[in-house]
Design a protein around this ligand. Sequence first.
Ligand code: PAF
Length: 281
Amino acid sequence: MVTVRKLEDLKREIKKVKANNLSIGFVPTMGYLHDGHKSLMERARKENDVVVASIFVNPIQFGPNEDYEEYPRDEEHDAKVCMEAGCDIVFMPQASEMYPDGFCTYVEVSGLTEVLCGAARPGHFKGVCTVVTKLFNLVRPDKAYFGQKDAQQLAVIRKMVSDLALGIEIVGCPIVREADGLAMSSRNSYLSADERQQALVLSQSLNIAEKLVRHGVRDVTYIRNEMVNHIGTAKSASLEYVDFVDPNSLMPVEKIEGEVLVAVAVKIGKTRLIDNKVVTG
Ligand code: PAF
């Protein structure tokens, strides 16, 4: 496994891969890797000749009052996970390498980015789309792997790749959960033991929705109320949203008909967590 930190070094490595006509699978991450990230890398390993991962806490996707400074970082651990998952090239740039003085070009997807997390985090998806485009231009992958946990991010990136004809296959991978149902996230490390227990209301509320749909309930208002009531049982929970949307357009739906993305965002204490499930009516 080769670790590179400079754009020029990454370009040189990618040039060698392309010269040998090998396919590239790319896994962009912000590090502090867990089994969710590892599953993306393992899938990329199976489907490509060469696997490239990036580890970069992208400052421009954090709002002014968000957790950029506190975001957990552990390069040594991340390198070990990348190695175990079979990555060939790991790109770990500094912010100044990605955004040198005078950087002023951004990529924005409208509409899809104004709902769900985008409503509460203005500018977040502009930061994501900009860094992902730059990384795509550097890595020139055939396929790129993203977790379904960030369902909105996945939909936004798919749209950006399609609108800009980037010619990269975007592979969405299933959410990886802890044994008790909590969706894996680097931000889970912020939770105290008590908050970690309370955080289960996210996945539990989604299970409630799934069960109601299985029993024939189609009315979104009814299902949302049941979910909100359950989330309210956690004393440190403050609800941001429980939304029912089309998985591709992210437009709200009134009834469960066909596939519906049920998405939740909840703060447990100071930690903002998201989770989702696709239900079918
Ligand atoms: O999902 C993430 O970890 C980030 O948003 C991404 C895609 C690596 C861009 O910084």
